[in-house]
Write a protein that binds this ligand. Structure first.
Ligand code: ADP
Length: 426
């Protein structure tokens, strides 16, 4: 079930067929204009490697602050970043980046994003004539404008697009999730107070119903960072975000304290992390972006795998096994598990156990190459053997834990295989 089909499971209160109403997908259905629009959207989005949606159960919890600082941190890490603010009711990114007077250039069939702090920025706020006046949008207009922003902004090629979504679980964040069909996932921002309410849990359930992975929860305004010494004091109850994340089985990305410097830096127009990279609060932001930066490390892994599989989705993975689990000493294992996997569907499609030929230098690389193996997951392997496999276009992962082949391959396909040190070097 894709995100557009699963819409009716989220809410189907209206039943009317108007664009933007509950019960209707944000993607077009069955007309030529709609088809062309969807194609334009897909073409734009295809140039962006990772799309991350920042969500919150309600407004005022620091969603835009987290989105802006996340985007700047990624740009400071050398990534090509876009920041899109589609928070229709409170577009705060222009103020946060001191771009109140920015006027995006209207190019042929596209809107040019504004360059700031090493990123490309676009906000619904740029298009409002009077930023202080309340905007009244009709339901269908809201969805239309969100779609237009995703489809018509000339982002070019990006490593990351961070999308500051409207809060809640209504039609607007729903449209963002549906339109960004292949987004990497959502970062959910909450506060210690918000954790006590049902709002944040609703956001998590909302993502689950839309098949949108939750990259993790950030507990913002968690404790107070002293402006003099930087020490963080828990003035209210904190830590609920982590408990809730554990309970709901999603990653906890970290706590960000209330730091007066965050508000000040917003007034300066440059997000906090740009100025205060050494403070405890900046370190907290750094921890939050760790798993998100890991997404691009996975890209490299995927490219390496594609090289060895010739770009095919089907791969054969070999694992040395002893007693049903990964054998730590590659050359001396009892058996090899040969696992067939579909890397795109992230599924194991077959498995067999084979006894290797008697151990002699150079025999195993030849044997495994002959069996069509593309990847080896090992505990330890000597440098010479690794070089031989490389020559045979077989990718080797060393330092995997002593787990069953199924578990290790599943983790490899999910991109979560923990590979430690090479435990054997002979
Ligand atoms: P949202 O997008 O959820 O509505 P904002 O990111 O606009 O919330 O934040 C609301 C206000 O709270 C802003 O003035 C922002 O500067 C401030 N703020 C957010 N996080 C923090 C923090 N950790 N410490 C201090 N002020 C913060």
């Amino acid at each position: 079930m894709d995100r557009n089909e699963s819409k009716e499971h989220v809410e189907n209160s209206c039943g009317c067929k108007k664009q933007g109403c509950s019960g209707q997908s944000a993607k077009s259905e069955g007309n030529l204009d709609g088809f062309l629009e969807d194609k334009m959207l897909d073409d734009r989005m295809r140039l962006i490697k990772h799309k991350i949606i920042v969500l919150s159960g309600k407004g005022g919890v620091g969603k835009s602050t987290v989105a802006a600082n996340l985007a700047v941190s990624l740009a400071l890490a050398g990534k090509k970043v876009g920041l899109l603010d589609v928070d229709i009711h409170g577009p705060s990114i222009p103020k946060m980046l001191r771009l109140d007077d920015a006027k995006p250039e209207i190019r042929k069939q596209a809107i040019g994003p504004i360059e700031k702090a090493g990123m490309k920025v676009m906000s619904i706020g740029f298009l409002l004539r009077n930023r202080d006046s309340a905007v009244i949008w009709r339901g269908p207009m809201k969805i239309g404008v969100i779609k237009q922003f995703l489809k018509d902004v000339d982002w070019g090629e990006l490593d990351y697009l961070i999308v500051d979504s409207p809060p809640g679980t209504g039609d607007e964040p729903l449209s963002v999730c549906q339109l960004l069909e292949n987004a990497d996932g959502a970062v959910i921002v909450t506060t210690p107070q918000d954790v006590a309410t049902a709002d944040v849990r609703k956001s998590i359930t909302f993502c689950r119903q839309l098949n949108m992975p939750v990259l993790g929860v950030v507990e913002n305004m968690s404790g107070f960072a002293c402006p003099k010494c930087g020490e963080v004091t828990d003035i209210f109850m904190t830590g609920g975000g982590e408990l809730m994340a554990n309970e709901m089985n999603i990653p906890f990305l970290g706590r960000i304290p209330i730091d007066p410097a965050i508000g000040r830096s917003c007034d300066d127009g440059t997000p906090f992390v740009y100025h205060y990279s050494r403070t405890e609060t900046a370190k907290a932001f750094e921890r939050v972006i760790g798993p998100i930066l890991a997404l691009s490390a996975r890209d490299k892994d995927k490219q390496d795998t594609e090289k060895t599989t010739g770009g095919k989705d089907i791969m054969k993975i070999a694992l040395p096994v002893a007693g049903g689990k990964l054998c730590m000493h590659f050359g001396h294992c009892e058996q090899f598990a040969l696992v067939d996997a579909d890397s795109k569907a992230r599924k194991i499609t077959g498995q067999e156990m084979l006894t290797p030929p008697p151990h002699e230098p150079g025999v195993l690389p030849k044997w495994l190459h002959g069996l069509g193996v593309n990847v080896i997951i090992a505990g330890g392997m000597g440098q010479r053997a690794q070089a031989l496999f490389k020559e045979n276009d077989i990718k080797v992962i060393v330092g995997a834990p002593a787990e069953t082949p199924e578990k290790l391959v599943a983790a490899y396909l999910e991109g979560t295989l923990a590979s430690g040190t090479n435990v054997c070097d002979h």
